[in-house]
Design a protein around this ligand. Structure first.
Ligand code: XMP
Length: 327
């Protein structure tokens, strides 16, 4: 059956057997829910939507159309990778939409975190609706909503873009096959569905993307500084054996400048904050302490390679009290 909420007595999925049981139950439930109708999937390339894609490919095959929207807030190289993995390797029915200008124009000058999230979420739904209109007979919209998204939306902590549903004048019904799972459970299920390990254990990336790591009003130059510094951080974590070991790591470029000096001249540039955390369920997180050598190396690379950055800071705050993301 399709659960609307996680049953209080649900056993935590920690073994391949429990994952297989969940998958088996969901296959039947999904086929029953969807019938011979078509489904549109918001495929971000992250763990949750990738697992949803794998579940739906298994359940309904080519009745699934995946849509990858580049909202301009993706990490360096990400849209290219999504196309390679899903279109070329998994042979999924994939539509790629570059909506960068549309999102960034709408977000221009918007400083409030929740308003930014709502604009990104709303625009997402719009883009999907437009794609759906171009396709024949789509009745369902699949989403990678997971249980912590629902809990945090209900608690009013933050509006997750993939919780809360569609505007009333739209006719999509929702398919959310991992809605009652915690993140660690989603990964085990993904592995059992045969997704590449590197994809299943890849660090999570929020729906609003780099937009929540560019606090305040997003500008293209500061966004580029976030993207470039993130790429350097990911490259260095991979080189130093930390990829797949540290749960999530990223950079944030806040909207203030400070004085610096370069080649004997005054600079007035942004700081870049490094955040690296570990957790199992994301309700509580601890900070990953990096070696002095790695920190020194990261600082050197970021200040020399990323235009607009003249300082690098490290965030030592656990959750609670700080959430993982800055907005
Ligand atoms: P927070 O900041 O709430 O983050 O402590 C917990 C985890 O959720 C990710 N995150 C999101 N994921 N849509 C998502 O799909 C969102 O709107 C969103 N906000 C945060 C965050 O990266 C972290 O892993």
């Amino acid at each position: 059956m399709i659960y609307d909420r996680r049953p209080d007595d649900m056993v935590r999925i920690t073994t391949p057997e429990l994952a297989d049981k969940f998958i088996e139950e969901q296959m039947e439930a999904l086929r029953e829910q969807i019938g011979d109708k078509k489904v549109l999937l918001a495929l971000s390339g992250g763990v949750d939507s990738s697992v949803v894609a794998a579940m739906l490919i298994k359940a309904i095959g080519d009745k699934l159309t995946c849509v990858h929207v580049n909202h301009g807030l993706l990490r360096k190289g990400e849209p290219e990778q999504v196309i390679e993995v899903f279109r070329n390797q998994m042979k999924a029915n994939l539509v790629y939409v570059d909506a960068t200008d549309r999102f960034l124009d709408k977000l221009a000058g918007v400083t409030d975190p929740e308003t930014k999230r709502k604009i990104i979420g709303g625009e997402f739904i719009e883009v999907f609706a437009e794609e759906a209109r171009k396709l024949d007979g789509i009745e369902f919209l699949a989403q990678g909503t997971i249980w912590p998204d629902i809990l945090e939306s209900e608690a009013g902590i933050k509006a997750h873009h993939n919780a809360g549903g569609l505007p009333e004048d739209m006719n999509f019904k929702l398919v959310e096959p991992v809605k009652i799972l915690f993140k660690d459970e989603v990964r085990i299920v993904g592995e059992r569905l045969g997704l590449p390990v590197g994809m299943v254990y890849r660090q999570p990336f929020p729906g609003p993307g780099l937009g929540v790591r560019c606090p305040g009003a997003i500008t293209r130059d500061r966004l580029e500084a976030v993207r470039e510094s993130d790429a350097i951080l990911r490259e260095e974590f991979a080189k130093n054996g930390l990829e797949g070991k540290v749960w999530q790591y990223f950079t944030v470029v806040p909207d203030f400048k400070s004085t610096g000096v370069k080649d004997g001249k005054r600079t007035f540039d942004w700081p870049c904050i490094i955040r690296a955390i570990n957790t199992t369920d994301v309700m509580e997180v601890t900070v990953e302490h990096l070696s002095d050598e790695l920190i020194d190396h990261l600082v050197k690379r970021i200040i020399t390679e990323v235009p607009g950055i003249n300082r690098v800071l490290f965030d030592y705050t656990p959750k609670p009290p700080a959430t993982v993301e800055y907005e």
